[in-house]
Design a protein around this ligand. Structure first.
Ligand code: BGC
Length: 542
């Protein structure tokens, strides 16, 4: 075989694995940048800000739902799967955005909400009003609410049951989330085909893949908890095979808020999801920072099974939802609430509705340290918009809206987000746009934004960070997590002092070596002992 052909094949394969060593960034389009003064962010606004994301070093943007929706669940309640809500723009504007992003080597994925629709969706309207409508069987109906009793309720603060009586239909319908979000019936082959068509529609438009929302719940079976059922995997593999065949290089990111061993099947044999969120590591990063000990992080990483070579975890510190505490024990949850949600209105469902900076007391050292963990643990990191500048939240807003406030671009009125009246109150006080904004932090070489930018650049420069293995190094100090990441001969040892005190670690003989500190780029020797300042970190490169 010709050498150029082999090289080309390699390039293509590596290209198709782009997500393994990438940095992702999650955006609420409504809250990012308004281009037309109506107070709501839109696709044009986001397009205007691509240069910022490129400068930050982002490789892939995940946009939250932009479909027409009554917004009972901020767009995760979809009224029409085949168009863009005019508030955000049009299909053509989405194409322009994708093209402009691609010119900057940035990919765009979007939410694909398979499990449920909005009750305003014409499918549901037809289903509820006519028993003989072909759409009736798009949803899950029952004359009794006494089946599937083993399925837990997810939105515990709002919902009492997964069944809601529908007067018009004269039956109960099934929903795993709000009662305004009826679940689709995946036992119906027409539903299965419809949702494959939805995926094809957006892929044909040029989208680079999907964050597949709430996938554990697609099917219901009596006597089970109705999560992670085998039928679900069969369906998802079908979706994947279509993508492999017709859209190579596009990705599927799995949202399954489950233990690592239960997420593992979603990777299949490398033939289901390309990526999956690692939910349980997230709260353990906060636990580590509060306790000043890394044991919980180590325990969950050791419990994380290996995944196929073409797959990757996705790690995060915060996202658009509450900081979920589903993947901890009851005792740990109570402890997390006590430590991180001292006010009752900070709690939501089984989580905490606060942003990164307020959770970490707006303490620059802790915020950097949490990011140091995010960027060096196995998995592709995903940044939640605004966390790179340390934005705050607004606890007066309902539900999770308090962590979805407008991006703060500068210190002008409304933070440069809109020339009109913002769709929601801007954050005030310690985290107001006068105190926390992009423009200011871009100017200052020592800002949080500049540090995150540097972390991103380093993370992407070293393939060692893109793999899935890690080696914990025993140093006799429970307050400092020390682990090694490797790619061929490239070795990086990461030190994170999780405590508020100076700590010393003993370096085992085989790791005593000379190299460089990646941040200062100064040569650096690991000798018998290393001393670390409170909440400090080193990324040592051999
Ligand atoms: C999304 C939530 C949404 C839920 C129902 C999730 O997992 O992240 O924001 O409320 O799915 O669609």
């Amino acid at each position: 075989m010709k050498r150029w052909f082999i090289a080309w094949c390699h390039k293509m394969i590596n290209n198709n694995l782009w997500y393994k060593n990438a940095v992702f960034y999650e955006i609420s389009v409504r809250a990012f940048k308004d281009s037309d003064g109506d107070g709501r962010g839109d696709l044009r606004g986001l397009t205007e800000k691509l240069d910022y994301l490129q400068a930050l070093g982002v490789d892939c943007i995940w946009i939250m739902p932009i479909y027409p929706s009554p917004l009972r669940d901020d767009g995760y309640d979809i009224a029409d799967y085949y168009s863009v809500d005019p508030a955000y723009g049009s299909l053509d504007q989405l194409k322009v955005l994708i093209e402009a992003a691609h010119q900057r080597n940035i990919r765009i994925i979007m939410d694909l909400v398979l499990n449920h629709t909005s009750d305003a969706n014409p499918w549901f309207q037809a289903a509820r009003s006519d028993k003989n409508s072909p759409y009736r069987d798009y949803y899950v109906w029952s004359d009794t609410d006494q089946i599937y009793k083993d399925a837990r309720i997810i939105f515990v603060d709002t919902e009492r049951s997964n069944w809601t009586w529908d007067e018009q239909a004269g039956q109960y319908f099934w929903h795993r989330f709000y009662s305004t979000q009826p679940d689709l019936n995946f036992d119906n082959p027409r539903v299965q085909e419809e949702m494959l068509n939805v995926a094809r529609f957006w892929l044909d438009l040029g989208i680079d893949g999907f964050r597949a929302d709430a996938v554990p719940y697609l099917f219901e079976r009596e006597g089970t908890n109705c999560e992670n059922l085998p039928e679900t995997h069969v369906y998802l593999k079908k979706l994947r095979s279509i993508m492999d065949e017709h859209y190579p290089g596009r990705i599927l990111l799995c949202e399954a808020n489950q233990w690592p061993e239960d997420v593992r099947p979603y990777f299949g044999d490398g033939d289901e999801f390309h990526m999956g969120f690692h939910f349980p590591i997230m709260p353990r990063i906060y636990m580590a920072l509060k306790k000043g000990r890394f044991e919980d992080m180590e325990e969950i990483m050791r419990r994380t099974p290996p995944i196929p070579e073409n797959c990757q975890w996705c790690t995060f510190l915060r996202n658009h939802d509450e900081l979920t505490l589903e993947m901890v024990t009851e005792e740990e949850r109570q402890w997390m609430w006590k430590e991180y949600a001292p006010e009752p209105n900070m709690k939501l469902n089984l989580g905490i509705r606060r942003r990164l900076a307020p959770l970490l007391d707006n303490d620059r050292r802790k915020i950097e340290l949490a990011n140091s963990l995010l960027f060096t643990l196995p998995g592709t990191p995903i940044i939640y918009y605004g966390d790179e500048i340390g934005m705050g939240d607004n606890l007066n807003l309902f539900d999770r809206n308090g962590v979805r406030t407008p991006m703060q671009w500068d210190d002008s009125t409304n933070g440069g987000f809109t020339s009109g009246t913002p769709f929601t109150e801007m954050v005030q006080g310690e985290y107001s746009c006068q105190k926390v904004n992009v423009a200011e932090q871009m100017k200052s070489p020592n800002s949080l934004l500049r540090t995150i930018q540097k972390m991103i650049a380093l993370r992407k420069q070293y393939a060692a960070f893109g793999g899935s293995d890690m080696e914990w190094i025993e140093t006799g100090n429970p307050a400092v997590s020390v682990y090694l990441r490797r790619h061929d001969d490239d070795v990086i040892i990461v030190f994170n002092n999780l405590s508020n005190a100076i700590q010393t670690v003993q370096i085992p003989a085989q790791y005593q070596m000379t190299g460089r500190d990646l941040f200062s780029n100064q040569s650096f020797s690991l000798e018998q002992q290393l001393e670390l300042q409170p909440y400090s970190y080193y990324w040592f490169h051999k």
